[in-house]
Design a protein around this ligand. Structure first.
Ligand SMILES: Nc1nc2c(ncn2[C@@H]2O[C@H](COP(=O)(O)OP(=O)(O)OP(=O)(O)O)[C@@H](O)[C@H]2O)c(=O)[nH]1
Ligand SMILES: [Mg+2]
Length: 370
């Protein structure tokens, strides 16, 4: 059996079993061969099956780590906690350089440097024992105006190193790699597969930045399990993420006022007075203001106009949680968005699918006017 890998997703190619990973149809003339799954993703934007074999993903990462000098931990600015699950401490056996990706999603006035400090603090809270080399804030998708200089600085930092590129599914590991390869004269048709679905990369693939002697191992992404998208189909998971800009809505919410996010999350103001709350979510998530019992019914029913998911995907169990959130803090719902509290502390009731990580944190954006 050949061990030739698909250049799109790193899976070992095979031509005998159409239903198994790596199946490809040999082309008539010599050209770059992708597996059928990558072919469909690249040409039609369809995903048959996401990579979800956790043991296999773990093995791929461990093998890459053994050959590497450092870890490039790619994180998503939209979901810091989902990008850095505490359970990954065991994988950080090498020094880690964090890349905060998708900085283009931030509101225009947010300085990227603020994100570096914020993510460094989260790292210190979660992995105090592990070595952090630094934090770089980039956009793998939008290169101007700040992006190109940031990517060049990142390349310089990696000079001469062997690097495991790792992180949760869909944070943009392969996109970052592709941006780094772009200046290397790499033929476009041979670049790895990127898609809006989590679970695109299936095996490790090795790439070289000849200009600075860097070897990069692009690994399949983990599904951390605590992100909203991890409970839903890859199609819905991709719709929860912002594509071009974060959706931001500010409301002065009266007592018992509620805000519903995509039929998945409900937030009720249980403070004695009006509270100023700012909601952040992906562009496709409906953010709907309602009240008391009516909000309760909408949350339970998940009507079509509110729902971001297919009816049959509705999570089986929802949990009720209560938080007192201070001004300058966020209540985050991993993989779905967050609520920032302004001016006065708010007592909030939250309804959320069981298993999704939620909690409070220092505000990610606009802390100074908290
Ligand atoms: N807005 C924005 N989207 C990005 C950026 N980088 C990646 N994306 C999008 O994020 C999605 C996932 O990108 P991939 O590069 O396939 O992510 P990955 O981490 O390799 O995913 P897996 O292979 O599934 O682990 C795609 O829709 C990308 O276009 C970015 O800097 N900004
Ligand atoms: Mg990938």
């Amino acid at each position: 059996m050949s061990n030739k890998k698909c250049p799109g997703c790193g899976v070992i190619l095979q031509k005998n079993a159409p239903d198994q990973p790596g199946f490809y149809i040999p082309p008539e003339k010599a050209e770059t061969v992708f597996c059928q799954r990558c072919f469909r993703l690249r040409h039609y934007g369809q995903l048959k099956k996401a990579a979800d074999d956790i043991a296999a993903i773990d093995r791929e990462i461990q093998t890459a780590l053994k050959k590497s000098d450092l870890i490039l931990l790619v994180t998503d600015v939209f979901d810091p906690e989902g990008s850095m699950p505490v359970a990954w401490a065991r994988l950080f056996t090498l020094p880690v350089l964090i890349v905060v990706n998708k900085a283009d999603l931030l509101p225009e006035r947010t300085p990227w440097a603020e994100m570096a400090t914020w993510f460094q603090d989260l790292w210190t809270r979660r992995f105090p024992e592990r070595e952090l080399l630094g934090v770089k804030v980039v956009s793998a998708r939008r290169h101007e105006p700040e992006g190109l200089a940031k990517l060049a600085a990142l390349k310089k930092e990696l000079t001469g190193k062997k690097v495991t590129v790792m992180g949760a599914a869909n944070v943009g590991k392969t996109s970052l790699l592709t941006s780094l390869l772009a200046a290397e004269d790499q033929k476009k048709a041979q670049l790895p597969t990127i898609s809006r679905f989590p679970g695109t990369t299936q095996g490790t693939s090795t790439w070289t930045l000849h200009s600075c002697g860097v070897t990069l191992y692009d690994t399949p992404g983990f599904l951390p399990g605590g992100r909203m998208g991890d409970l839903l189909t890859p199609e819905t998971a991709s719709r929860l993420l912002p594509e071009k800009k974060l959706q931001v809505k500010l409301w002065n919410l009266p007592p018992d006022g509620a805000v519903l996010l995509g039929g998945l999350v409900g937030v009720w103001n249980q403070s004695p007075d009006v509270r100023t709350l700012v909601f952040f979510a992906g562009e496709k998530t409906t953010i709907h203001r309602s009240r008391g019992q009516k909000a309760e019914a909408l949350q339970q029913e998940g009507p079509d106009w509110l729902r971001v998911y297919h009816r049959q995907e509705r999570p089986a169990r929802f949990g009720e949680k209560f938080f007192t959130v201070q001004p300058g803090e966020d209540l985050y719902i991993s993989g779905c968005g967050w609520v920032a509290v302004k001016r006065e502390a708010a007592r909030l009731r939250l309804l959320v699918p069981a298993g999704v990580e939620v909690g409070t944190r220092p505000s990610l954006i606009g802390r100074r006017d908290g």
